[in-house]
Design a protein around this ligand. Sequence first.
Ligand SMILES: *[C@@H]1O[C@H](CO)[C@@H](O)[C@H](O)[C@H]1NC(C)=O
Ligand SMILES: *[C@@H]1O[C@H](CO)[C@@H](O)[C@H](O)[C@H]1NC(C)=O
Ligand SMILES: *[C@@H]1O[C@H](CO)[C@@H](O)[C@H](O)[C@H]1NC(C)=O
Ligand SMILES: *[C@@H]1O[C@H](CO)[C@@H](O)[C@H](O)[C@H]1NC(C)=O
Ligand SMILES: *[C@@H]1O[C@H](CO)[C@@H](O)[C@H](O)[C@H]1NC(C)=O
Ligand SMILES: *[C@@H]1O[C@H](CO)[C@@H](O)[C@H](O)[C@H]1NC(C)=O
Ligand SMILES: *[C@@H]1O[C@H](CO)[C@@H](O)[C@H](O)[C@H]1NC(C)=O
Length: 836
Amino acid sequence: MFWLSLFLVAIVGSVHAQQTAQTRVADELSECYRDPNLLNRNNLPPVTIQVLIDIIRKIEDNPNVNMDLRQLSAVLLHTYRQDGIEFHQPENSMSSSNVLPFAPTFHSFHRHRLLLTRLIPNNLQVLGNDTVSSVLKCTLHHMLSTTVDARVRGDETQCNQLSQYRSLRTARSARSISEDVEIMKPSALKSANRRNGHMRHFDPNNDVEFSNFGGSLSERQVVESTCPLLDGVVNTPWGAVSAGNLIAGIAAGAQPQQVNIYELVRDSTLNYRSVQQTVNSLFPATLSGDLAEAVLIQGTERGSTSISIGTAGNWNSTQATRHFMLQNRVNVEMTDPEIRGDIDGFVLGRSMTSLLGAFSSMKVSQLLDMYYSPRNGAFDPNLRACNRRQLLPQFATSENLISETLAFTAALDTNMPLRGTIVDGMEQLVTSAVTNLMTYTTNNMNDMNCATTVTQSNDFRLNTNLYIALDASWPYTAVFPAISYLIDTIEIGKFGSSITLLSAFDGSVVINTTHSPADFYAEYTLSKHQQILNGVNLETSLNNIRLRMQDQLRNESLAGYVGGNSTVLLYLINSGNLQNNVAIQEHARLLNDTVPDLRLLFASATNQYDNLWSLVRDMYNDIFTINLNQAGTNVATAMQPVLQRIQSVGRRIVNPICGSAFAEGTSGTRQFIDAVEPGYINFYALSANYFYVSDNVNRKIRISRVGAGSGSLIICSSRTNPQPRTNTTSNPDASATSCQTLGASGNVEITLVDACADYSMIGSCPPLYLSIQSNAELTPGSFASAVCTDISCRFPYNIRYQVQIEDLGCWSGAGSVTASFIFILASLYFTLNGSW
Ligand SMILES: *[C@@H]1O[C@H](CO)[C@@H](O)[C@H](O)[C@H]1NC(C)=O
Ligand SMILES: *[C@@H]1O[C@H](CO)[C@@H](O)[C@H](O)[C@H]1NC(C)=O
Ligand SMILES: *[C@@H]1O[C@H](CO)[C@@H](O)[C@H](O)[C@H]1NC(C)=O
Ligand SMILES: *[C@@H]1O[C@H](CO)[C@@H](O)[C@H](O)[C@H]1NC(C)=O
Ligand SMILES: *[C@@H]1O[C@H](CO)[C@@H](O)[C@H](O)[C@H]1NC(C)=O
Ligand SMILES: *[C@@H]1O[C@H](CO)[C@@H](O)[C@H](O)[C@H]1NC(C)=O
Ligand SMILES: *[C@@H]1O[C@H](CO)[C@@H](O)[C@H](O)[C@H]1NC(C)=O
């Protein structure tokens, strides 16, 4: 407890600042370390860029938070970021409810404190404790706060197998530890250790030297993990990113300032004077901050003359990304995720003035959403995460980086307890660090580049209401990655798809419909999974889900919903030998007839085609066998066919009069507004239920533009191709597709007269497939100002249009009398036979 009391004494004299800048765990964050549920990261949402954006959106949408990007980016750091928090085993395994065995003692805390108190000061209040739920608060804290957890976990033998989880090729030359390690002088160690009661952190020879040192192990743990966990990291398709540096760059860039380095010096003297007098706060907030740490720590503790930059690492799961394991335990001052966060934050910070000039009310979430997207980028296709490697030399010269870093290093030197003193040669160390950063970024950061990104991504986005009927007999560790994969790929989000988790046993709601991935993950924990009734009862669940879907259609009818989202029900089944019978088939048929736009899919662990084919709309394409393993390694391969099927379901256009009863009713003229990104395409489908009979009515769909937006829209329709396009290469049946171009004004009409004349049954008459594509292209510098600024706009460059329906009717697949009659017969049959 010796060191803890030291810290308790230390706060008394600490600067008056936000709690997160103090040398103790901030009160508001302490529950993240005290509550065992929150402390176990497996209970928190995976840390992904989507979850980060989602939580920031929630804060932006909170009615009590009324801040612009400039304020919010700073307040996020002041409220949720506290770098360097480490666990400290209490001595004698004594535990006291008065003491939290965590404190900000890792080296990253010192830069952090300067950041909050001097570089990005903030005289606004921090966000209230109730701004987001505790789970999301702790998740955000862990995404923003850089620290290393070197505790031994017991899974270290698997560390070298982590490469199988790499989503991208990030091969690196193997560096041997001995190359990086310089044996430090025990005397330096001793004095440093005495001086500041400082905790052991990342000393490579700890287990050797500490145990030989004075016969006492001091208060630290002796053994370190060979692959320590790096915290403060979020997963993106372009590598893991330290989100704290990213947000700090945005905050610093939104409020540019030159700070006199004497304001950053702790004891009013600067040991190293031959440096420039001011720093631009963007540098220490991002690149220079980590470079300075590397210089000081490696320079003093290892006596290195070449500063090592870059440490690779990997998540221990491709989908449950919660633990980022470093491949090395030394030279962890500027790891790969920190480099990425630094570059991204620096580039966005540098661009902030022009970005805010183009769109002054841009939100933090929008900026991140644009930068971490496969196409278009932050108003400029160059400003994309996939372009990171090219961006660094474009935005920062080595000279500039060296002089800014040198000045900040001198200042940080006075703030940071070190195990040695650099008396000379700081310039060479800084130059070495900057040079190594440049070469490492060019040679070793093999994240997916923009060309690959474009070929591997779709030019359409989904707006799907996905219902998952889950068989809880799946092991959680196997099915969680599959669900998480769908959440990422169909873009569950405020402006995209939604997810609802149902029980495959009885169809009851396990997790309510949500557009928030963070909320879904916060709910869908192992213990929640274990509470779901095990197994599959198709009869009960299909019936209950049908009732729910019909209810949903009724509600949409009351709300006058004309369309915009597609609906998919996916059964995820682990149990074998499903029962099928006439009653189940009848439920499926009723669902088919009364909810015509719902796509029912089955994915099961074993091939159950024979039991399931009679339940789906398209028996060749709607049933899958998925091979999920408990390690979650093959999830993309296993789920890809299911995903493609979900992607092929077009957004609905409906006549809201029909509901699920499909009594007669003509829609009259109604419309909804939708939007498409430059270069993207939206797909829609209109079921024959809405135009089956031609009764001398001029039934049609009309597309027109809403508001400004560059380029034209190309509207294609087809009766055979669910995703019609102008491009005949990617269009197998070009002759069955017709396209029209819509310029800045006017409209395009698609008439639906006699559209089912050749079909004797509604079920056999194909839907009308429709696509709306933007031919606009964002080019560097082409973006003048935001055209989509409404709250419903995901991106400021979205092009909005209106889909108008005129005189659609209502016809259902089967006469409802017949349907219920058969159903009654079926029920009777089963009742008599005692099978129910
Ligand atoms: C914040 O809220 C949580 C949960 O409501 C509570 O446990 C915690 O004590 C609060 N923290 C502060 C500093 O008020
Ligand atoms: C990843 O590692 C952490 C820490 O050891 C562990 O708790 C978690 O279960 C692991 N996750 C997976 C998917 O293996
Ligand atoms: C359709 O999706 C949007 C988000 O893209 C959502 O706001 C809306 O509530 C959804 N509507 C329905 C009926 O699901
Ligand atoms: C779903 O939401 C409703 C109302 O918001 C709530 O009453 C119900 O408990 C929720 N159900 C679940 C399973 O969370
Ligand atoms: C339909 O609306 C009613 C009344 O608002 C609500 O209780 C019910 O949960 C809604 N149904 C669905 C499926 O959302
Ligand atoms: C659902 O309707 C389609 C036609 O739209 C038909 O081919 C299919 O057999 C039907 N499926 C069931 C289960 O009724
Ligand atoms: C048409 O599609 C093919 C394949 O998707 C693509 O290679 C080609 O570039 C496209 N052509 C145009 C003009 O967009």
